[in-house]
Design a protein. Structure first.
Length: 322
């Protein structure tokens, strides 16, 4: 099973499972569920820093009487937090049907089923007046992977702003920034590229290398930072278009070495000054850091200035050195 940021469940996969969901197949379905539902859900649910940060942010933002939309129920945790904070109506949608079914049982067993409605749908299919009684006062969504965008956060927020929220609605998280640094790590690079194996040239195998970023727990690999931390991108989820974007910025090389890739991480502002980050120093977070390795590492010299180009798409962030 792959860590968060590597694998995602598509709505199509969900449909296939749903169609196969018959009583006769229930036993094997449990097995299928176990294969379909990523194991990172457990690490995420046990991430105390994450849970506390969301809980605090939700408590500060939600006032009694509010209608809350939680996109991506998972276990129903954030919806239960919203209810505990005083929300009267919480609509919580979950695109993976077996997950939605379990969320329903969890909110029932915790006694919140009268105020939380689990809707087993992808958020893009929600309709105000049918799935929600009215446009929501707050959107809460933790659909954030190690590289921020890989789980489709931007599309979820854009769609909700256009169709499910009103002018004064709040969004948790409120803002996000991406920071990056030049990285030397032959050990990490070897996770995605090969050239020589026992004297044989296997470099053609690199056609199967991950394009874009993948998760890495930096402190577990030998590495050196070749630059300081540099701000790369930032977003205000209430007002920014959250569309494809390209930026360039200079990065000063602080140590001569071999540039294998760019390490990056996010910093979320959950509102009211509550911050959550998978920065390299945070070894407790269930989120790893994101790395984009370059197929051909290059030598870089102390004092030189590189131009880094970042392209942010719907579910990807790609770095290049120009
Ligand atoms: C990272 S989990 C978070 C679960 C829970 N909110 C929490 O914080 O503990 C995100 C969940 O959102 C679901 N999801 C992702 N995109 C969705 C969408 N557009 N609509 C509904 N559910 C979505 C996934 O299936 C997954 O269960």
């Amino acid at each position: 099973m792959l860590p968060r940021g590597t694998q995602w469940i598509s709505a199509d996969a969900t449909m296939t499972l749903t169609n196969r969901q018959t009583d006769a197949a229930a036993a094997s379905l449990d097995e299928t569920d176990q294969k379909l539902i990523p194991r990172w859900h457990f690490a995420m649910l046990n991430d105390v820093e994450r849970n506390d940060a969301f809980s605090q942010a939700v408590r500060r933002a939600v006032v009694p009487g509010m209608c809350v939309l939680d996109v991506g129920s998972g276990s129903g945790l954030l919806s239960m937090m919203a209810t505990q904070a005083g929300a009267n109506t919480v609509i919580s949608c979950e695109s993976v049907e077996p997950v939605a079914a379990v969320a329903q049982r969890i909110i029932e067993s915790n006694g919140f089923h009268e105020r939380i409605t689990i809707v087993p749908k992808v958020s893009f299919d929600l309709i105000v007046g049918r799935d929600l009684p009215r446009r929501a006062d707050i959107l809460i969504t933790e659909t954030v992977d190690c590289g921020l965008v890989g789980e489709g956060l931007f599309r979820i927020i854009r769609h909700a702003r256009d169709h499910l929220l009103h002018e004064q609605s709040q969004i948790i998280p409120r803002r996000a920034s991406i920071f990056c640094a030049l990285l030397e790590s032959s050990a990490i690079h070897k996770n995605n590229f090969a050239s020589d194996a026992s004297g044989f040239d296997v470099s053609l195998f690199n056609r199967f290398s991950t394009q874009g970023y993948f998760p890495v727990r930096l402190w577990t690999w030998e590495h050196r930072f070749l630059s300081e931390k540099v701000p790369a991108l930032s977003y205000d989820f209430l007002v920014d278009p959250l569309l494809e974007r390209e930026v360039r910025f200079p990065v000063r090389v602080k140590i001569t070495g071999t540039l294998h890739g760019i390490l990056f991480w996010f910093e979320l502002d959950l509102g009211s000054g509550i911050r959550l980050s998978n920065e390299p120093g945070n070894s407790q977070s269930h989120w790893m850091q994101a790395i984009q390795c370059f197929e051909k590492p290059c030598h870089v010299k102390e004092g030189s200035i590189l131009t880094v180009k970042v392209h942010q798409g719907e579910t990807n962030i790609d770095f290049e050195i120009e």
